[in-house]
Design a protein around this ligand. Structure first.
Ligand SMILES: Nc1ncnc2c1ncn2[C@@H]1O[C@H](COP(=O)(O)OP(=O)(O)OP(=O)(O)O)[C@@H](O)[C@H]1O
Ligand SMILES: [Mg+2]
Length: 241
């Protein structure tokens, strides 16, 4: 019998370093040579003490921050993008379509209703004429995602009227609207009680299995860490098994 075909990495980070310049020209070395591969359909959890650099790593991988040095490679089928060297347009496209972000504090816009929040990454990724053409399709997908996270009846509410757990479910739906290859979650249950945390853990695991999206999740929560395929510990700006 042939060996199963190994899956390929959707993300490769090589020797990622991030320094911050502090007052008095002091340098804070946060990421000190991160090597990481995340494979198709893999869920990887990262844990580490507060201040060790977990959010910094997610921001660098999510192209919200630029590493001081090192390489990031993103792969979607036959296409690859390598940073440094990505054009500004490709950076925006990757941030919008390849990557989905879920934050601890949800970051929903209260001036928009729940449905509009879920549609937002799709709105910002196209011109107004493209938007006119695809609006109804995107709205259908947003409603399907809201149904998937059990919030179909809340589409027209403001996010501020929802509970913390419900808001995080909206944020997860929003992160998935463009069908990303890689979902980055930064302490997605850090602001929730045990019952809501448990339901977000189950949802993330189920969505991961249903959609095959790769997930990199930073968490202090042992239950969520235990549900991952792989658990990495960050110590002194590097990974240790
Ligand atoms: N823009 C910045 N300028 C200076 N220092 C920064 C900046 N961003 C982060 N840091 C510092 O980098 C270190 C790592 O921060 P980071 O937020 O990545 O930690 P963390 O592991 O996510 O912590 P926590 O578990 O508390 O969220 C901290 O000491 C922080 O103060
Ligand atoms: Mg953090």
């Amino acid at each position: 019998m042939n060996d199963p075909i190994p899956s390929l990495p959707v993300l490769i980070a090589r020797n990622l370093q991030r320094d911050f310049t502090l007052a008095g020209d002091k340098t804070l070395e946060v990421l000190r040579g991160i090597d990481l591969e995340i494979y198709e359909s893999e869920m990887v959890a990262v844990r580490g003490l507060s201040g060790v650099g977990k959010s910094t790593l997610l921001h660098c991988i999510g192209l919200l921050d630029t590493p001081t040095c090192g390489e990031l490679i993103y792969r979607d089928g036959e296409s690859t993008w390598q940073s440094p060297g990505i054009s500004e347009q490709n950076r925006c496209d990757l941030r919008n379509r390849f990557i989905g972000f879920v934050f601890q504090f949800f970051h929903l816009l209260n001036d928009l209703d729940v449905l509009e929040n879920v549609m937002l990454p799709s709105i910002v990724s196209c011109t107004s004429s493209q938007w006119r053409k695809k609006r109804s399709k995107v709205e259908t997908r947003a409603r399907e995602l809201l149904q998937r996270v059990d919030l179909e009846g809340r589409a027209r509410q403001a996010p501020g009227t929802l509970s913390g757990g419900e808001r995080q479910r909206v944020a997860i739906a929003r992160a998935l609207i463009n069908n990303p290859r890689l979902l980055l979650c930064d302490e997605p249950t850090g602001n929730l009680d045990t019952r809501n945390s448990e339901s977000i853990h189950t949802l993330l695991r189920e969505l991961h299995e249903e959609l095959g999206t790769s997930i990199l999740v930073v968490t202090h929560d042992p239950d969520l860490a235990n549900r991952a395929d792989r658990l990495l510990s960050m110590i002194d700006g590097k990974f240790h098994d």
